[in-house]
Structure formats: C-alpha cells, structure tokens
Design a protein around this ligand. Sequence first.
Ligand code: G6Q
Length: 552
Amino acid sequence: MTALSTLPAWQTMLSQAAQLKHIDLRQAFASDPGRAERYSLKACGILLDYAKNHIDDAALANLFALARATGLEAKRTQLFAGAPINATEGRAVLHTALRAPAGSVIEVDGVNVVPQVQDVLARMARFADKVRNGQWLGLDGRTITDIVNIGIGGSDLGPFMACEALKDFGSPHLNLHFISTVDGWQLATVLEKLDPATTLFIVASKTFTTQETLTNARAARQWLVNALGVEAAVAKHFVAVSTNAEAVSAFGIDTANMFGFWNWVGGRYSLWSAIGLPILLYIGEANFRALLAGAHAMDQHFQAAPLEQNLPVILALLGIFYINGMGAATQLVSPYNQPLHRLPAYLQQLDMESNGKSVRLDGKQVDYHTGPVIWGEPGINGQHAYYQLLHQGTELVPIDFIGVLDNPKSSIEHNTILLANFLAQTEALMCGKHEAEVRAELKAQGLTGDVLEQLVPHKVFGGNRPSNTLLLDQLTPSSLGSLIALYEHKVFVQGAIWGINSYDQWGVELGKQLARTIEAELRDPAINGVHDASTNRLIDYVRKALNQKQKC
Ligand code: G6Q
C-alpha cells in the first residue's frame, strides 16, 4: 500500500493548503465573478454551494488528482460490487443493496442478496400495514397506539433521527418512543406513561447480545407480563429485529415475529434494513420506499458522476483539505430545520465510528490525521450559544450549513427569518468585519477617541471562515434518503483516501470488556480486580453508594 503522504498530490495539497489558508475570500469573489456559479452543484434535489471555501481551481484539480491517485474509483467499484472491503471482519459493505431496486443483482459469495432484501422489506411492509390499519391487535384485542424501539448505537440513532425528521409524514395514530441507554430512568420515564395493552416493543439489535438493549428488553418484557398477566402477551407485544435468530428465540420472541438482516449491513448503516422498522411503521410503506429511492438516487449519482461533479466526493475532499492541509480538528453540522435536530448526533456516529481510526488497512500507523470530531445541533440555537467561537475564536471549524426551502408547518414569517439567519451566518463567517468598517460603524454611532479605540479590536471579525451550504427544496422521505446517503458516501471517500477501514469499530470493545469486570466487582465486594489506584478508589466509592442504596 503506497503511503498516502508520499504521493505527489498529497504534498501538493499540503503546500496549496498552506497558501490558501490565508486567502482573502472576499477578494476571491471580487476578482472572480464566476466563482459562486463554478463552485456550486445540484444533484438529487440537493444544492451544494462550496464557493465559501479556501479553494481555487488549482487546489480543486489537485484534490481530484489525489482521489484518483489513491484509487478511489476502483474502491468505489469494490464497495458497490460487494467485495469484502471490511477486511478486519471479512465482510462486504452493502447498505447500498438495501435500497437497490427489486430486480437488481448484487452478489455476496455468489448469492444475489437483492431477493432476500426485498422479501424482508415486503414482510416489514405487511406487518406495518397491519399495525397502522389496526389489524394487529394487542392481547386484549385493542389496537396499538405506542411503539417503543429498544436499541442502541446504530440500532437507535438512524431510526430515531429519521422518525423525528419525517414527523410530518408520520401516522397521527402512533406515538414513537426510543429507548437506548441503560440508565433505567429513560425506560421508566417512558413506561410510566404507556398502557401495556396498546404498546408494541421492537427489540432492535444486530447481534442480540448488546447488554444495554437486552437489559432494557428484559425489563420491558417483565413490565408487560406483570401488567397483562400472561407470558402469551409477549407474542402480541414484542417483535425483534436482528441477524441472530437463535438469540431472539432464546429471549422468548417467536422468530415468526422477527425481521432479519445480514452481517454485511453495518450497524451505523442499517436504517435502510429491518432496523428501519420503526420508520416504516411510522411513515408507511410508500414513504419508506421513497426514503430508499432517495438514497438509491444518491448511490447512482455517486457511482456515475465524474469526480469533479460528484457531491459526496467534493464534500469529502474539502474535508480532507481542512483536516490534513489546515489542521481542522472538528467539523460542525448546522441544520437550520428543526425536524433535522437529530442529524448531527446521527452523523457523529456515522463519521466518527467509521473514520476515527489511526491504523491503515495494511496494519501500519497513519502519519496524518483522519476523521474529525463531528458536532452540532440546530443552527439557530447555536447562534445564541457557541457561534461566538466560530466567528471570533481561535479554532478553524469548517461548517456544513443545511437548510430546507419549503417548511410547510412553519409560517412564511418564521421561515423567512430562519432562512435569513441561515444565509447571514454563511456570509458573516466568510466576510467578517474589517477594522475600517468597525471604525466607521462606531463613528456613525457617535463614538470617538479612546472609547472608540478600545472597542475596535473587540468588534473586528476576521472572516475567511469556511462553510458549505446545502439546500434541500423540501424535507421529504426521498430528500432525507439522498441527504443521508450523501454523508455515507462522503465518509467512504475520506476513509478510502486515508486507506483505513471505515466499517469496523474495534475501538468500542475495550470499554465494554472492562465494564463487565467492574460490574462483577460492584456486585460482589469480595471481588477485587487489578486496576490503577484512581479506578480502584472510584470503584470503592461507587460500590459503597450502591450497597447503601440496597440496604435502604
Ligand atoms: C454501529 C456499531 C454500534 C452498534 C451498537 C448496537 O455501527 O456497531 O453502534 O450498532 O453497538 O449493536 P447491536 O445492534 O448489535 O445491539
């Protein structure tokens, strides 16, 4: 594997980035009337304006050359063909097969997986129809009003984000709840409001061994059986989503009520699979299929568009330019759309669990930075909180501003103000306010002398803060599908260029192992594990508190 940092295009990128870091973006626009148009692109209903970045034609050309030099196009072919690119787990990575049209042929180990995908989808749709039409009845014959998804990580974040984003398309007769944490407060708080007779639980776990999920599922099951009085209630009120039929059965859920998927679907890429069952239940089959179709449209764009016109590729290369060329350690995702409020949390997992790696596929340590810290929340709230740092702080924070033009529930009044703020922030960050402008403004307010001079440096905005602007016409199942797939492919491109495996997650294992050891020690004071002094003292402190609680 050629070391990325020895590629000529990599070295060129570093020197171009060092120069362009100091580009005056206002000047770049003033001297190049075609800049805004040249650096914007629309595909799958998503407009990307990337003109407010520290780039020029030469830097972009070199970034595309870098992508080609790392074999991106061949790697993309491998991804879609079902090659085992998740090398450390020996697995294909085929979330794209979950949204491929019926009739496509995508093979894993010589078997076309599309018919299996379509079968599960059809079963999910039939089940969802029954629940939505009131044909699926609880034990005492009442219809389902509340659905509780019990799952964590990839079995929670995607469905939760999508159900929030698509609330306007959701059934008014169904209330959705998502239980992820093993902090029992969450489950208790949800259950205390629910009627067991009209509640359906989805236990969502790819492995069906996840401690948090199984602990919550057992507690929910106990709550249900206690309330309804018979074990038989489980068959009417519990379904499972998993790849592990044996464990589902051992848990006591009839596998007739299980929806399966496959080990070539990564957890954080699984909302398109049976893990999307809560979404399907909520928005119905036609809308769920539109979500899949939107993602498929982005798959096609990613596969077919030349790199220079390719949304995921451009987003990925810009990210690499900032991370590796300019030392940006974080990336802000700023949606100006309330239904997208869980998108940053979702993208946090997608990106950080995929590209938070420091070892290349060949086992060698990287000598460059990889995935950044992804963070954010709805942008308009951020403006009144952390945007100060974005405007005048010392960190370089590239930003993805995500807006939606048509916001049916919002009045024109609200929407105009929201979008004005959305656009204003991108402009303010890029243009800043120069010293002369500040001085003139303060003078116009009647300030003079020392008072004016003391204020000037505090009121200067350096500007030149980069951002991408992404605009959706409407937030629909289809456009959401395209948006999520856009980020999935962005993550793929970055991982491919960095030469890392974006599809494993060994980094989460160590904490899980240690938790099992410490759990035993917390339960039994006779067990004393070998830890550092700090952890020992803390274990002792917590153990005493838990014992005290038990005695009360
Ligand atoms: C995602 C990760 C992780 C996973 C959860 C839940 O890519 O692998 O977030 O989804 O740990 O795992 P289960 O679905 O197996 O319970």
